[in-house]
Design a protein around this ligand. Structure first.
Ligand code: NAD
Ligand code: LMR
Length: 325
């Protein structure tokens, strides 16, 4: 059966890197036909049409149809996968409250449209920043959708951490298991190597503490800003790749003996307040994320996790005060 995948911000740079991979079968697999719904703001509809023309020109065997709209109620109608990429970026002179309000104006109505029109099995991934809090806003407008269907993306941070560690230890990324990103998709995120295994041994014990603290953590946490500085634009292909990885893992599951990172609704695990959308170590089985339980958290990790969770609480309080959730 054809699966409807909705992509918001479809004419943006992540959209351009994402749509062709979805249509080629990399999101849901080579056996699953897809139809694409491209949601854009009215002035960007023409650009979205251009992208749709290119999608047509690929003659993808799995692609059953393309819809282009500026109406969230149309875009999410019958959607089983919703990739919320379009967001309001911070511009010069914009206060944090203005940014949160502008995004509330996007993610509130989109959450409501998902609630009212999406398929019963809808899965939502928020990529647009501030991703965790935008996901919280969308979720709060979708009371009829199970909370665990709303997620935010920290898979890019996870992949960045895998790559940095692989380079340090000179091993292929495939040898690294059980890496975790905790907290917010922001520079406060905590990439945790204390449970990560490389060649069956704990990664944190294979690198020196100074590298872990002063090089690894800040490199991963500030990678987004470093890409912007180098490219003059924020990461797009790697962000699209991480979105593909996130949904693919969600649908097809994590391999035995490993886990990944995703921002999911907290059930109170590891002292993260219930309801916050925070990154955890997660496995996926039968199409459902589960937070990995029972990990011992040392004092260093505790402090880092708490710092990032504090930031999420502050963002939640700010959107609550603005009446956005
Ligand atoms: P972009 O500016 O190139 O594209 C964004 C698109 O969203 C634009 O085409 C815009 O018209 C559209 N848009 C704006 N409001 C919309 C709305 N209400 N409905 C539908 N579309 C709307 O930006 P980009 O490079 O594609 O990045 C998109 C977002 O992803 C940004 O917020 C960026 O910060 C974020 N991002 C997140 C991660 C992550 O790891 N979570 C990584 C990279 C980028
Ligand atoms: C990233 O991690 O690359 C992005 O979230 C950076 C950004 O601000 O868009």
């Amino acid at each position: 059966m054809t699966v409807k995948v909705t992509v918001t911000g479809a004419a943006g740079q992540i959209g351009y890197a994402l749509l062709f991979r979805i249509a080629s079968g990399q999101l849901l697999g080579a056996e699953t036909p897809v139809s694409l719904s491209l949601l854009e703001i009215t002035p960007a509809l023409k650009a979205a049409e251009g992208t749709a023309m290119e999608l047509d020109d690929c003659a993808f065997p799995l692609l059953q149809g393309i819809e282009i709209t500026d109406d969230p109620n149309v875009a999410f109608d019958g959607a089983s996968v919703a990739l919320l990429v379009g967001a309001r970026p911070r511009t010069a002179g914009m206060e944090r409250g203005d940014l949160l309000s502008a995004n509330g104006g996007i993610f509130g109505p989109q959450g409501r449209a998902i609630n009212d029109h999406a398929a019963d099995d809808v899965r939502v991934l928020v990529v647009g920043n501030p991703a965790n809090t935008n996901a919280l806003i969308a979720r709060s407008h979708a009371p009829d959708v199970p909370a665990d269907r709303f997620t935010a993306m920290t898979r890019l941070d996870h992949n960045r951490a895998l790559s940095q560690l692989a380079a340090k230890l000179q091993v292929p990324v495939t040898e690294i298991k059980k890496l975790t990103i905790w907290g917010n998709h922001s520079p406060t995120m905590y990439p945790d190597l204390y449970h990560t295994e490389v060649g069956g041994k704990i990664a944190a014990e294979q690198v020196d503490g100074e590298w872990l603290r002063d090089t690894f953590i800040p490199t991963v946490a500030k990678r987004g800003a470093a890409i912007i500085e180098a490219r003059g634009a924020s990461s797009a292909a790697s962000a699209a790749n991480a979105a593909i990885d996130h949904v693919h893992t969600w649908v097809h599951g994590t391999p035995p003996g490993d886990w990944t990172s995703a921002a999911v609704v907290s059930d109170g695990s590891y002292g993260v307040p219930e309801g916050l959308i925070s990154s955890f170590p997660v496995t996926s089985t039968g199409g459902h994320w589960e937070i990995v339980q029972g990990l011992a958290i040392d004092a260093f990790s505790r402090e880092r996790i708490d710092l990032s969770v504090r930031e999420l609480l502050d963002e939640r309080d700010a959107v609550q005060a603005l009446g956005l959730i």
